[in-house]
Each structure stands twice: as structure tokens, then as C-alpha cells.
Design a protein around this ligand. Sequence first.
Ligand SMILES: [Zn+2]
Ligand SMILES: [Zn+2]
Length: 195
Amino acid sequence: MTQRPSLREKAILTEVRRRGVVSIQALAERLEVSLMTIHRDLNKLVSEGSVEKARGEVRLPKRPIDAEEGCLMCGKPVPVRTAFVIRRDNGEQHRACCAHCGLMALMMAKEPGQAMATDFLFGHIVSATQAHYVIGSTVNVCCVPSVLSFSSRDDARRFTRGYGGRALGYAETLEHLKSLIHASMPHHGEGRGVD
Ligand SMILES: [Zn+2]
Ligand SMILES: [Zn+2]
């Protein structure tokens, strides 16, 4: 069970995020509590993976590699809500910030492997080829034109009634993105002559 962080824990996190490294002594003074209290808060934050404690100092943790790695296409951090994961046949795993970048990456890959999208409404993981997509809606949470993933076609269609855009299946979405790429790269030599 995760408890909500106390105000003091939030204050500690804010300090650490702002400064990068803070001495535990300074934290105790700043928050006007004993060292023991600060250590107790810190131990909780450390156990949650929010900070690291070493030699009397607190710092932000070095993040695990997959969290540190941004979108394979644009390098942006990957939001949980729109994450798109590509597993290559050689076992490598890459993440894209959203279906826009994820599908672009699939399109450009010689061996796309398997891909998973995140249902925008419910957060389920759904196979990218089974997913339905809403392209060009007014909900621009990541890349533009926005491409949002849905596990059900009905959800995707309903979404377009509220927020515009077009609800498309996997293959149609790829086609649509492909046409956008060609439109935005008129001098792209390699693409010439390809349908
Ligand atoms: Zn991206
Ligand atoms: Zn994106």
C-alpha cells in the first residue's frame, strides 16, 4: 500500500529536485525538524525509490535505464498515459512517447517485432496491430498530429464525436501517417516513386 506523501516529504522532494543534492543536515534545519525525523522521512522516500541517500546527502536517484531512455523517435520523456512499446525480435525493447512516434518507428523498421500501445481512456496495454487509433483530434497530449490509442473501435469512434479527428484501424493509421510524412518532406529523395 502506498500512502500519500506527507507535506514534509513533499517539501524534501521539492528541495532535492530544485538543488539536485542537499545535505541531510541542511534539510533538517530548513524544515525545522530533528535529524532523526528527517532520516525517517528519507528512509521512506528511499524505499519508494524517490531519492537516494549517501554520505549525509540526498539526491535524486539514477533512474533505471528504460525510464531514462526517452522516446526512440523524438527523445522526449515517455508519458505513462500514451506510452508505446516496441519489442524487437532480438529482444531489445524501445519506447515511444505516443502512438504517433511509435507507429512512425514501426513504419521505418525493417523488422518491426511486436508493439504495444496504451489505451488512452483506461490505460490498458493493447497490441498495436489490434488497437484503434484516433488521429488528428483536438486532444494534443504529445506529438502533433495527435495519435491516440484505444482498445475498442467504439471507444475510438465515440472519442471523435467529442474531440474530432478520425478513428482508424492499424493499417489505415499507418497509411495516413505515411501520407503525412510524404506531404511534409517534398524533397525526400528516397520516398520518391514509392506509393
Ligand atoms: Zn516521440
Ligand atoms: Zn509523442
